[in-house]
Ligand binder design. Structure first.
Ligand SMILES: [Zn+2]
Ligand SMILES: [Zn+2]
Length: 126
């Protein structure tokens, strides 16, 4: 199994801001500067004043080693739960955390016919 970081995100308990790192060198600070997130989809790095003063809100999906990872747009998905690449119905949707995602609360899906995890490019956050 391998772990795919779909969303690299944390909340600072001091200022309550939720910050996300979108790419490898995208280091983001919260507004009170007690927490930073970094690593995007590649690794999870935190810079903190106090270890206990933040909450991780990552979304991580575990897949078999031979499965690939690709990205598609949410608009391409047929909500009859079919793969938008091969039309297979052998798919598994990954729900997000409804509190932070706008609209359809889906992060991506695994197609067992394509042997691929498709992550949506266009997830919209509240
Ligand atoms: Zn803060
Ligand atoms: Zn497919």
């Amino acid at each position: 199994m391998k772990s795919i970081i779909v969303i690299n995100r944390a909340r600072c308990n001091n200022c309550n801001e939720i910050i996300k790192s979108l790419s490898v060198h995208d280091l983001k600070w919260c507004k009170c500067h007690q927490l930073a997130v970094d690593g995007g989809n590649c690794y999870i790095r935190r810079v903190v004043e106090n270890e206990n003063n933040y909450i991780d809100l990552n979304e991580i999906i575990n897949i078999e080693n031979e499965y690939k990872v690709d990205r598609v747009n949410l608009g391409q998905l047929d909500f009859k739960e079919k793969c938008c690449i091969c039309n297979s119905i052998d798919v598994h949707l990954y729900k997000g955390d409804g509190k932070y995602i706008e609209g359809y609360d889906i992060l991506g899906y695994i197609c067992h016919a394509c042997k691929c995890l498709y992550i949506f490019n266009d997830i919209k956050f509240k």
